[in-house]
Design a protein around this ligand. Sequence first.
Ligand SMILES: [Zn+2]
Ligand SMILES: [Zn+2]
Length: 160
Amino acid sequence: MIRIPTGQLGEDGYTVEGEEPADWLDLDHDPVARPDGPVRYELTATPAGPELVVTGWVEAPLKLLCGRCAQFFSTTVRVSAFLHSYEWNEHPDFLDVSGDVREDILLEIPGYPLCKADCKGLCPRCGRNLNQGACGCPPPGAGPSAWSALDALDPAGRDK
Ligand SMILES: [Zn+2]
Ligand SMILES: [Zn+2]
């Protein structure tokens, strides 16, 4: 839980920094993202009239599922400009920003993650990961079509 002790807040604001355990993100049911280390943060609450403005950064090491080759790869999702404001009088002792931090991290996870920009993906024929080398399949368009391959399996089939 990331809590800012608003009861101790002076005019200069208050900074909290630290780590939350990896499972804090609660990604158990996320098909493309897994936690890969503690979530780090440094957040400062600054009074602005009746409001508290919280700014700072958050980093979450994650493993994401590549949309092309279907392998998990390690990356760090960073929220570099966390910015939320809260009513001070609704949080006289503590302000818990866990929910907003978690939400901002989830928003930073790309919708179509790629392990690298030029990921070669999987062979549509044999399923081999082409990043690990070429497979024996003919390049797309050069080989026999699916129909002629079926003909070859059953030579008597289509002329009847
Ligand atoms: Zn990939
Ligand atoms: Zn192949």
